[in-house]
Design a protein around this ligand. Sequence first.
Ligand code: BGC
Length: 453
Amino acid sequence: MESTSQDIRINKKLFGDNFKWGVSVAAFQIEGACDAEGKGASIWDVFAAKKGKILNGDDPAISCDFYNQYKQDIDLIKQLNIQCFRFSISWTRILPNGTGEVNQAGIDFYNSVINYCLEQGVEPWVTIYHWDLPHALELKGGWTNRDVVEWFKAFATICAKNFGDRVKNWMVMNEPGVFTGAGYFLGIHAPGRTGLRNFLPAIHHAVLCMAAGGRILRDLVKDAHIGTTFSCSYVEPHTDKQKDVNAAKRVDALLNRLFIEPVLGLGYPVHEVSALKDIEKYFQPGDKDLMKFDFDFIGVQNYTREIVKNSFFTPYVGASLVKAEKRGVPLTNMKWEVYPPSIYQMIKQFNNYPQIKSIYITENGAAFPDQVTDGMVDDPKRVEYLKSYLEQVLRAKNEGLKVDGYFIWTLTDNFEWAEGYHPRFGIIHVDFETQQRIVKSSGHWYADFLKGN
Ligand code: BGC
């Protein structure tokens, strides 16, 4: 195993005064209030209602009730000395049918959240799209329909015009690789579609939307700081054999390069993943330029690494993952390997693109089986996880690599998509029956760390 730089001990000061510290959440995972005050159904509302899609049949309708509890949660952010709060906007709270008439109650809600953050001295960092496409648009083809670019532009314009006077830090999209891959290829996330004929157009349209969203924010928001975020896992071959090395290159292209490279003007990594060659079918004249946008920053989101071997029988990529459970390594509740150097490696890999101006870690964190004992939640494994990953962020920074901020995933335990409420990722424990919040030891540790202790 690569050195984990045990000698690096973290301390907030070592990251410099301009380094941003935050916590990230997503609308659908925390808000609940699934049909309150005119909100329309998203693909996740519909998907979660289908039998067998969500572990234990968990229901996201209430979740952590952030819609009603937001003041309490923002108060906690302030108490924990967290400077930046990254959250997303629910498209169907604002446009219940995806396009057309605006639901003023939705605008009012996000205005209240933004204003309350600012009153408490917490910087709002807003993601426009974190996976909850309006169901009405899915009925028209969703991400596979080229019209999604116009629908998305209209939604992004509303966000920019209504919130851009106070919100300066924006992320157009969260992890397009996951919502297209899990939602339009594997079918394990909403809307549950499968196959290349759904995946390829969804990829291309997501890229066009990312760049279009960036241009809209640039035009409409004065002094905007504009980014977009990607899920990244450090990929290593199972053995030194050439066929495993090549398999790892293909998986790396799919997991880590597929969305950033077209945005930077480098095109899709078609050479490594030949299954992508048909993506050109979805191109229209001018797309090569429309796919590009000069983002101010890129959000790198990392949790783990993947070990890859050649697999002749796996269609399209000819590669398979060697599961962490079979490798005898430390695991989180998601069965993801705890491997701190992966975050360092991803920072390094993204630094290899000279076009990227700045990098923020917009998500990093872990799920563990936390228990309430005597009104407290002690989660030493999460504290250790966060510290050891942060050491690796510092290692990157000390080597002169670009990395300008770090956001923990996540504030409160929440609805973890197809895994329901089972994995608890929060630094604050939530009792989903009573909505009671308890700051975990990790939350106290972060507060102390951010105080400079
Ligand atoms: C997503 C979050 C998710 C987290 C943990 C990221 O892929 O942006 O929505 O909860 O990872 O799985």
